[in-house]
Design a protein around this ligand. Structure first.
Ligand SMILES: *Cc1c(COP(=O)(O)O)cnc(C)c1O
Length: 823
C-alpha cells in the first residue's frame, strides 16, 4: 500500500486521532486485522474489527506488548496512552475507506471478477498466462469478502501494472461497498450458479446484485449461452454504456465464438474474432475448466494484448489447489501441504497455518519451498524478502528446492539446505534429520511437490477420514453467535474429538481462543499437553491411578463424589500444592456420575473449606434429554435442582465460581441457561438438533479397487448373500467393518455416493472390504467413494442402523487415517 502518515490515515477514514503530536508523522506501511498471523509491529496499523462473534479490541493489550504502536478502534475504552489510536464509528468501514483511497492512487487497469463459481481459478490462470506481459497484483487465495477485498486492494502499489481482484457476496446489498473499493475497469462475470441462493430471492436478484460491481466499468466479459443470464447482462451493458465482450460456445455470431473439440484428457479450442482465428489447447476437458479458459482468453482480448503471445501457455495451465492439507508425516512430523501458486502473500498465509500447527514455538518449524515465480520482483530482492519473512515467523529451517532459490542461497541467513530439484532432494535429503517438527511444503503445481510430500508422508491408505477445518471454525462461530460474547466455551475433545482426530483439533481450537477443553480420561489430557496445548483442560473421568499425571500436567478433575475428593486432596497435600482448580459435578437427574444428595454436597463443601489444596473453579451438571421436546419439563426440573445446589455452594464460598449445564442441543434450545460457560460437543462436529446451518466436518471416503461384471446366477461376498437378478457390475472398495462401517449396512441397507449417484452396498460387509452394485452408473477403478460427508449426512446414516451420529463418528477406527484440510 501507499506509505501514509498516521494523521493522513485519520483524515482518510474520518477518525479522531488520539496520539501525541510528534507521532502524527509516524509512517504506516502495512495494515493488519488478524492478531494471530501478526509477526512484526514496525510500521503496522492494527484495525480492530468487530463481527457478530468476534471482537478484536480484546487483543490490543497483547499486541501493544508485541510492539504494535498504531490502532484503529471503535471502542473508546480501548484507548490507552502507551500507543497511538484512531477512533472511528465502525472499523470495517474504516478498512474499506482506506482501501478505496489506495485504489484511487493506483493508475493502472484493474480487473474485477465476480460470479458464483470459478472466480479464483480465472484469477490464478490470468496470472499464469500474463506473468510475462504484466506485473500483477491480485487477491491472495480467495480473499473476496467485505474484509478480504479491502485487504487485497491494500496490496496495490506502484511496482505493479495490473490488478486482478475477486469479489464475493453472500447477501443482497454487499456489492455496493466492494464496487467502491475495487472500481474495476474491466469486469468478468463468471458463472451464476445456486451457491448462496438462500440469501437471495431469485437467481435474477442475485445476478442484479453481482452486476453492481461493473456499474462504472468500461468493458464486461460474460458468457451469453444461458437464457436467464444473457438478456439481463445485455441490457445492463446497454444502460450503463459498457462495451460488451461477450462470448459463446453455441452462438456463432457472438463477438467471440469458441468451438470446443474435446479429447480424452484435453480440449482443442478454436476461436474467431472478426477476421482473425486462433487456436489453443487446454490440459482439461471438463465444462468448468473450458468455461474458465474461455473467460481468460476473452479477458486477454479485452486488455488489448495480442492473443498470439500467450496461446501456447494455455496448454500448461495447472489445476489450482485451493486448500491446504495437513497430514501425519514420518518421524512424528506434521506435514502441511500447500500447492497453491507460490507468491509472497500466500506464503504468509501458509506460514500462519504452520505457526498454528506448531503451537507457536512448541515444535520446530521447517519450510520446504520451491522457486517462487511471477512476483514481478527481481530474484535477489524476492529471496531477501523471503528470508526476512522466514526470520520474522521464527522458522527454524528452510529447505529450498529449485534452481533459482538455490542460486540465491547467499541471500538466506537462516539455517538452510538447497537442492536443485525434487530428484536431488529424494536422493540426498537426510530424512531422519527432521523429527517431531511441523513442516510446511509449499510449491506450486509445476514443481511436482506431491513427490516431495509423498517422501515425507506416512503411508496413506485409500480409505481416509477427511476433516474440514474451515467447517469446524464455521460451526464454532455459529454456536458463538448463539451466546453472549462473555460466555465461555468448553469444547469436548473426548474420544479423539468425537473421532475426528486429537491434537490437530485441539490446536485449532486453541488458535480460535476457546476457553476450556474437556477430555474423558487423563491420558487424553497428557497427550494434549505434550502437543503444546496450554488451555485449561478438565478430565471428566479422573481415575485414582492418574492423579500424579493430572497434577503434573495441570489437568483439572471433575469431582463427583466425596471419596474421590478426599483422595485427590491427599495427593495434593503430599506435594504441598495449593488452590488446584476442581469442578463439582451435580447429578440433577441423569443418574450418571455426580453429587446427588444435599448431604453429599455438604460433606464435599466441608472438605474443601477445611483444605487449601483445592479451589472450586466451576459447578456443573449434565442434561439427560436436552434434544427432546417431550422431556422439556424434566429438563426444567434439572435447571431448578442445579440452581438450588449452586446457591448452597456459592453462599459458602467468597470467590466467584462458574456454572455450566448446556451441551450442544442445550445451547440451541435453552440459551437462557448459558450461565458463565457452556460445553460444546457434537454441534462443533456438524450435527444440529434444531436445524442450524452447520457444515459437515468429516468425509469418510475411499476409492474403488476393482470393478467386475457378474452374471445373473452369480452372487457377491460371504454366504452368497449378495444376489442379483440380472447381469450386474460390482465395485470392490477397501473399507470394512474393522474400519467402522457397521455390518448392518450390508445387503442394501446402506449405500455410498459414487460419481454423483447413490449406489447400494451389496452382500455382507467384510472385515476390510465391501462391494457396491454400480450397474446403473459409470464408474471405474480409482474413482472416489463417499460414505458420509457433504453428500451423505451422518444423521441419515445413523438412522439407517438405528443409532445416533455420535456412535458413527466415534466408531471410525483409528487405522483410518485422518487428513485435515483448510482453505
Ligand atoms: C459429551 C459431553 C458433553 C457434550 O455433549 P454434546 O451433546 O455432544 O454437545 C457435554 N457435557 C458432558 C458432561 C459430556 O460428557
Amino acid at each position: 500500500m501507499l506509505h501514509l502518515h498516521l494523521s493522513e490515515i485519520a483524515k482518510i477514514i474520518d477518525g479522531e486521532l488520539f496520539a501525541p503530536k510528534r507521532s502524527y508523522s509516524t509512517i504506516i506501511e502495512t495494515v493488519i486485522t488478524d492478531s494471530r498471523s501478526f509477526h512484526s509491529g514496525q510500521n503496522a496499523l492494527f484495525l480492530a474489527l468487530k463481527g457478530p462473534v468476534h471482537n478484536a479490541h480484546y487483543f490490543i493489550p497483547d499486541l501493544i506488548e508485541k510492539g504494535v504502536r498504531a490502532f484503529v478502534v471503535s471502542d473508546k475504552e480501548s484507548i490507552t496512552d502507551n500507543a497511538e489510536f484512531i477512533l472511528v464509528g465502525n472499523t470495517t468501514n474504516a478498512l474499506q475507506k482506506l482501501a478505496a483511497y489506495n485504489r484511487q492512487h493506483f493508475h493502472h487497469p484493474v480487473v474485477g471478477i465476480t460470479g458464483s463459481n470459478g472466480k479464483t481459478i480465472v484469477k490464478e490462470w490470468l496470472n499464469e498466462l500474463l506473468s510475462t506481459e504484466r506485473k500483477i497484483v491480485r487477491s491472495p487465495k480467495s480473499y473476496n469478502s467485505q474484509v478480504g477485498v479491502p485487504l487485497s486492494v491494500l496490496l496495490m502499489n506502484d511496482s505493479y501494472n495490473l490488478g486482478i481482484i475477486e469479489a464475493g457476496i453472500s447477501q443482497a446489498g454487499e456489492m455496493h461497498n466492494l464496487e467502491a473499493i475495487i472500481q474495476p475497469e474491466i469486469g468478468i462475470l463468471t458463472n451464476i450458479g445456486d451457491a448462496h441462493q438462500e440469501f437471495f430471492k431469485s437467481i435474477e436478484q442475485k445476478l442484479h446484485e453481482k452486476l453492481v460491481l461493473f456499474r462504472y466499468s468500461k468493458k464486461l466479459i460474460a458468457r451469453i449461452d444461458d437464457e436467464t443470464v444473457s438478456p439481463v447482462v445485455e441490457l445492463f451493458c446497454k444502460e450503463n454504456s459498457i462495451e460488451p465482450v461477450f462470448w459463446s460456445t453455441q452462438k456463432k455470431d457472438a463477438p467471440i465464438y469458441f468451438c470446443v473439440e474435446r479429447k480424452e484428457t484435453s480440449c482443442n479450442i478454436h476461436t474467431k474474432i472478426g477476421q482473425s482465428t486462433y487456436f489453443f489447447t487446454i490440459p482439461f476437458n471438463d465444462d468448468s475448466a473450458i468455461e474458465n479458459a474461455c473467460h481468460c482468453f476473452a479477458t486477454i482480448v479485452a486488455l488489448g494484448i495480442n492473443p498470439n503471445q500467450v496461446l501456447s501457455r494455455f496448454s500448461r495451465l495447472q489445476q489450482v489447489a485451493m486448500r491446504l492439507e495437513i497430514k501425519h508425516g514420518i518421524n512424528n512430523n506434521i506435514l502441511i501441504n500447500d500447492y497453491y501458486n507460490s507468491d509472497l502473500n500466500s506464503l504468509q498465509i501458509a506460514l500462519s497455518v504452520l505457526k498454528q500447527q506448531a503451537v507457536n514455538d512448541h515444535q520446530k518449524k521447517v519450510v520446504i519451498l520451491s522457486d517462487i515465480q511471477q512476483t514481478g520482483l527481481p530474484d535477489k530482492e524476492l529471496y531477501t524478502e523471503v528470508n526476512r519473512l522466514l526470520g520474522e515467523w521464527k522458522i527454524d529451517k528452510l529447505v529450498g528446492i529449485g534452481p533459482n532459490i538455490s542460486a540465491h542461497r547467499d541471500n538466506f541467513s537462516i539455517d538452510a539446505d538447497f537442492f536443485f530439484n525434487s530428484n536431488e532432494f529424494e536422493s540426498r535429503f537426510p530424512y531422519h534429520s527432521i523429527q517431531s517438527a511441523a513442516i510446511l511444503i509449499k510449491g506450486a503445481r509445476h514443481f511436482r511437490f506431491e513427490k516431495v510430500s509423498g517422501l515425507l508422508q506416512q503411508k496413506a491408505h485409500q480409505t481416509v477420514l477427511e476433516i474440514n477445518l474451515n467447517a469446524l471454525i464455521h460451526n464454532l462461530n455459529v454456536f458463538r453467535g448463539l451466546l453472549k460474547t462473555e460466555t465461555k466455551i468448553m469444547v469436548m475433545v473426548k474420544a479423539f474429538s468425537y473421532g475426528s482426530g486429537d491434537v490437530e483439533i485441539a490446536r485449532l481450537l486453541q488458535y480460535q481462543n476457546v476457553d476450556y477443553l474437556a477430555v474423558a480420561v487423563a491420558d487424553e489430557g497428557v497427550q494434549l499437553r505434550n502437543a503444546g496445548i496450554n488451555l485449561p483442560v478438565i478430565v471428566m473421568n479422573p481415575e485414582r491411578d492418574s492423579f500424579q499425571n493430572m497434577i503434573s500436567y495441570q489437568l483439572e478433575p471433575n469431582i463427583y463424589d466425596t471419596t474421590l475428593l478426599q483422595e485427590f486432596v491427599k495427593s495434593l497435600d503430599e506435594i504441598g500444592i495449593r488452590d488446584f482448580p476442581i469442578h463439582l459435578k451435580i447429578d440433577t437427574g441423569m443418574n450418571r456420575l455426580g453429587l446427588k444428595s444435599e448431604k453429599e454436597l455438604n460433606e464435599c463443601m466441608r472438605i474443601i473449606q477445611h483444605s487449601d489444596a483445592v479451589k472450586i473453579q466451576s459447578v456443573f451438571s449434565h442434561l439427560a434429554g436436552s434434544d427432546e421436546v417431550a422431556l422439556d419439563e424434566f429438563t426444567h426440573s434439572q435447571f431448578e435442582k442445579f440452581e438450588r445446589a449452586f446457591s448452597l455452594i456459592s453462599n459458602a464460598f467468597s470467590y466467584p465460581i462458574d456454572r455450566h449445564i448446556l451441551n450442544s442441543a442445550g445451547i440451541e434450545r435453552f440459551p437462557e441457561k448459558q450461565y458463565e460457560m457452556v460445553r460444546l460437543g457434537i454441534g462443533l462436529y456438524g450435527v444440529s438438533q434444531t436445524g442450524l446451518s452447520l457444515d459437515s466436518i468429516g468425509t469418510l471416503k475411499s476409492t474403488i479397487s476393482q470393478v467386475k461384471n457378474i452374471d445373473e446366477h452369480e452372487t457377491v461376498g460371504y454366504n452368497r448373500k449378495g444376489k442379483v437378478s440380472k447381469q450386474s457390475k460390482i465395485a470392490i472398495v477397501p473399507i470394512g467393518y474393522a474400519d467402522g462401517i457397521d455390518r448392518k449396512l450390508g445387503n442394501k441397507n446402506g449405500s455410498a455416493f459414487v460419481n454423483g449417484s447413490r449406489v447400494p452396498i451389496i452382500g455382507n460387509i467384510c472385515m476390510d472390504m465391501l462391494m457396491l452394485d454400480i450397474s446403473l452408473i459409470e464408474a471405474k477403478a480409482g474413482d472416489r467413494v463417499e460414505f458420509f460427508g457433504p453428500n451423505v449426512s451422518i444423521t441419515e446414516l445413523a438412522q439407517q442402523i438405528d443409532t445416533i451420529p455420535y456412535e458413527i463418528l466415534t466408531g471410525i477406527s483409528q487405522r483410518v487415517k485422518r487428513i485435515y484440510v483448510q482453505e
